[in-house]
Design a binder for this molecule. Structure first.
Ligand SMILES: Cc1cc2nc3c(=O)[nH]c(=O)nc-3n(C[C@H](O)[C@H](O)[C@H](O)COP(=O)(O)OP(=O)(O)OC[C@H]3O[C@@H](n4cnc5c(N)ncnc54)[C@H](O)[C@@H]3O)c2cc1C
Ligand code: FES
Ligand code: FES
Length: 491
């Protein structure tokens, strides 16, 4: 039997651990190292009690990220520094200033959520050099507390950012700084080519970290006929299914280490996003903010910082959820997908990608390599999302509107909807209605009703069919009112 040994740094100390594929980082932290400050609660990314901070080097710079350890495949910690709440202090009885200030502000009661909150604040402080309330709140969106209430937590967190604005040298204790140096050395000596098959636990035989497209093809050939093979990126969907339904695949092929899948490029006509680019990168990437700020706006309404730090745009399209926020927006943006598989590359329009509920045109072992989005000068974009909660919630209905507008007339328009059909879909009637019309001819109420009648949404826990009909209508009205205002302001 071959085994997987991973080398990483844990709370400042170099570690080497044999793991079974299919294991999560949370299990390693609690079961292998008995660091029980990191809690296991929902196991589906919803509560943040399992939050830890990861450090990895990019261009010789340490990058800090808060993540949900319950959804994080253990293999991915190779060459990373894992920091748990125990790592923030050198002695057991000592408190880190983050903990001390929260304690003094009565920001904790039963304390179950507190280590996760501490680690989210810690990651926010360590990853930035300047702090503000908006981003601090954003960093805490993925942490739920059932008993304290958020007033005291936010009050404590605000005092923390004030304190560390003056004392940045106190964020990282000495042992964590030393741990980062060990990580830098580990990177120099350790090759990322980790693709050996191992056995154990849950029927998972292999978790492969793949570092090139050629290696992917090679591994596919090797594994053919040896059971199910599943492409994995952030695992924020796949490991929820694993944790909750105990349903696993025999082999996972992790495509997040393939360089072509992790870049964002742009010219005057297109922006090209690698499929493994994370949602948080999309939210913060300069090129995207400059060329297509609406996409940053879309992802900022998705999930939590912990999830966005690992979830990918390709995973959002590839999982073929009927309510995928990125998938719906990319349909509105008329994106094209570059697919890669055993026979090389091919291109499809995202309009042609979905065939039915959770069904796509992807052939066996094919994945999305890149997403190409056309850029337009004279156009209007807008995204709407209706969910039960403002943050960290899946849409009941989401929609994306794109309108080309020139010389007082509307030309091409695309209205895409999620949550109203078995897969994200374009509304067809409205494009015909709008073509060639002026603002004065726009009958917004009529169009809202018309689009609403075009779909027959299902009833489920996120809303009844009737409710979704109302949402579709209201979304159309909101998009068109925003459009009208913008067009009138531009004269
Ligand atoms: C707490 C929580 C909140 C969430 N909130 C939102 C939300 O607000 N909006 C929303 O839309 N989604 C949300 N999601 C769903 C999920 O996080 C996203 O869809 C995410 O983008 C999936 O990406 P991933 O990289 O983690 O996918 P993975 O879990 O790695 O993969 C998901 C599926 O996509 C396939 N896949 C992965 N990469 C590719 C690729 N390059 N090509 C083809 N197939 C691929 C995998 O084989 C698998 O079938 C949430 C999930 C959680 C757990
Ligand atoms: S245990 Fe709830 S997010 Fe991980
Ligand atoms: S202090 Fe009890 S859940 Fe937050």
């Amino acid at each position: 039997m071959q085994t997987s040994i991973i080398k990483f740094v844990l709370n400042g100390e170099l570690k080497s651990l044999e793991i079974s594929p299919g294991t999560t980082l949370l299990e390693i932290i609690r079961d292998s190292y008995h660091l029980n400050g990191t809690k296991s609660v929902c196991n589906e990314g919803d509560c943040g009690a399992c939050t830890v901070t990861l450090v990895e080097y990019q261009e010789d710079k340490p990058l800090f990220k808060a993540i949900n350890s319950c959804l994080y495949p253990a293999e991915k910690i190779m060459n990373k520094h894992v920091i748990t709440v125990e790592g923030l202090t050198c002695k057991d009885s000592e408190l880190h200033p983050i903990q001390e200030i929260l304690y003094n502000n009565y920001s904790t009661q039963c304390g179950f959520c507190t280590p996760g909150i501490v680690m989210s604040i810690f990651a926010y402080l360590a990853e930035n050099s300047e702090y503000n309330e908006e981003e601090l709140r954003e960093a805490l969106n993925g942490n739920l507390c059932r008993c304290t209430g958020y007033v005291h937590i936010i009050q404590g967190a605000l005092e923390i950012i004030n304190y560390f604005s003056e004392h940045q040298d106190k964020i990282l204790p000495k042992k964590l700084l030393e741990g980062n140096k060990k990580l830098a050395d580990l990177n120099k000596t350790f090759n990322l080519n980790f693709a050996e098959k191992s056995q154990g636990g849950r029927g998972v035989e292999g978790y492969y970290l793949i570092k090139s497209l050629a290696k992917y093809q090679e591994i596919i050939k090797k594994l053919k006929g040896s059971g199910t093979i599943k492409v994995v990126a952030g695992a924020t969907d796949l490991y929820v299914v694993g944790n909750l339904r105990r349903s696993y695949f025999k082999n996972y092929l992790d495509i997040t280490y393939i360089p072509e899948l992790t870049t964002v490029k742009a010219d005057d006509k297109y922006i090209t996003i690698g499929a493994s680019v994370t949602l948080e990168t999309i939210r913060t990437n300069r090129l995207i903010s400059d060329k297509l700020p609406i996409l940053a706006e879309v992802v900022s309404q998705m999930a939590s910082k912990q999830i966005r730090n690992i979830a990918s745009i390709g995973g959002n399209v590839g999982n073929a959820s009927p309510v995928g926020d990125c998938a719906t927006s990319l349909i509105g943006l008329n994106a094209r997908l570059i697919l890669f598989g055993e026979d090389g590359e091919r291109e499809v329009s995202i309009d042609q990608f979905y065939k039915g509920y959770k069904e796509t045109v992807l052939k066996h072992h094919e994945f999305i390599k890149e997403i190409i989005i056309p850029l337009q000068d004279k156009c209007f974009y807008s995204f709407e999302k209706s969910a039960k909660r403002k943050t960290l919630d899946i849409s009941s209905v989401c929609s994306f509107c794109y309108i080309e507008y020139d010389k007082g007339k509307m030309n091409i328009s695309r209205f895409a909807f999620g949550g109203v059909a078995p897969y994200p879909k374009l509304a067809l009637s409205i494009a015909l209605e709008l073509r060639g019309k002026s603002l004065e001819e726009l009958d917004i109420e009529y169009l809202g009703e018309k689009v609403s009648q075009e779909f027959t949404p299902l009833s489920d826990i996120r809303g009844s069919s009737e409710y979704r009909h109302i949402l579709i209508r209201n979304h159309v009205i909101k998009h068109l009112e925003k459009f009208k205002e913008e067009a009138m302001n531009e004269g």
